[in-house]
Design a protein around this ligand. Structure first.
Ligand code: C2E
Ligand code: CA
Ligand code: CA
Ligand code: CA
Length: 275
């Protein structure tokens, strides 16, 4: 049977309508979730390849949906970014992490935290004002908080990115490049920004099995820039051993621990679990 191109067209339109409706439904659901605060943060330990001890942690958002259960960020952060709801969600994340950092300090843990910042948040004027107010509001030490940004932010599409990052830097926050190497090969921006660290995208952990030439290059680049390096997505003992051998001292991944609820993270610090 021949398919009528008109049928195809109608089917396509139906699919698009369906997608748009679904998108709209998630948006409405997200607006409600913000109102009643259905979000929670998990913390994924970042450990030392030298000592196997927890050095730091990354905060990762989860949505505890009343009907659908736990929803992971890949399913709602892109929609939050498109709709601008990320700005409000982000303010909550930042405040939450600031409180957690202050709590860790009170417990005498010298453990810095990191949080994710979407490009769209950086161009929100409230973002900087809010970040600058957090130390006084929560008692956090901004020098113990890293802001993880992807390379796209630094490559130009965001107006005033440089000024914004400089202001945040002057407030004390650390600036870290997330998913390093995943999207762009343009390294020119590295010179222009006040970068404290980079996180090697987890896709490069596969490169290790075949010699790790790219990871070696990233490590020496980071070294030359004086930037701290975290290897992301470390899943095997072999990868961890390779990193140690090649001078990468910080790693994050399922091998050490998956992201865990706040209280579980605190008990990990208390007992300092080994691999
Ligand atoms: P990301 O910033 O690159 O975070 C790392 C992701 O890799 C996390 O997924 C983490 O659970 C996962 N992961 C950690 N270790 C391993 C491993 O060994 N193997 C594998 N396969 N995966 C590992 P998660 O929590 O689902 O977050 C996904 C992304 O959502 C994050 O990627 C980040 O881009 C975004 N995100 C998470 N929380 C926030 C937030 O508070 N704000 C914003 N703007 N984005 C966030
Ligand atoms: Ca991240
Ligand atoms: Ca990452
Ligand atoms: Ca990512």
């Amino acid at each position: 049977a021949k398919t009528d191109p008109m049928d195809k067209c109608v089917r396509f339109q139906q699919q698009m309508r369906h997608l748009r409706d679904e998108h709209l439904a998630i948006k409405k659901d997200l607006e409600r979730a913000i109102q009643v605060n259905e979000f929670t943060l998990e913390y994924q330990p970042i450990a030392s390849t030298l000592t196997d001890r927890v050095i730091s942690a990354e905060a990762l958002i989860r949505w505890c949906h009343p009907e659908k259960g736990l929803i992971y960020p890949d399913e709602f952060i892109p929609i939050a970014e498109e709709t601008g709801l990320i700005n409000e969600i982000g303010l909550w994340v930042n405040r939450q992490v600031a409180h957690m950092q202050a709590r860790l300090a009170r417990l005498n843990y010298d453990v810095p935290l990191s949080l994710n910042v979407s490009p769209r948040q950086l161009s929100d004027p409230h973002f900087v004002t809010h970040m600058r107010a957090l130390p006084e509001e929560t008692g956090c030490n901004p020098e113990m908080i890293s802001l993880e940004l992807t390379e796209s932010v630094l490559l130009g599409d965001i107006p005033n990115a440089f000024e914004t990052l400089s202001l945040l830097k002057r407030t004390g926050y650390r600036i870290v490049i997330d998913d390093f190497g995943a999207g762009y090969s343009n390294l020119a921006y590295l010179h222009n920004y006040p970068i404290d660290g980079i996180k090697i995208d987890r896709m490069f952990m596969n490169d290790i099995a075949s010699g790790g030439a790219i990871v070696k290059l990233i490590l020496s680049l980071a070294n030359a820039l004086g930037a701290e390096v975290v290897a992301e997505g470390v899943e095997t003992i072999e990868q961890r051993a390779w990193l140690l051998e090649n001078g990468c001292h910080l790693f994050q991944g399922y091998l050490y621990s998956k992201p865990v609820p706040e209280e579980r993270f605190l008990s990990m610090l208390e007992t300092q679990v080994q691999i």
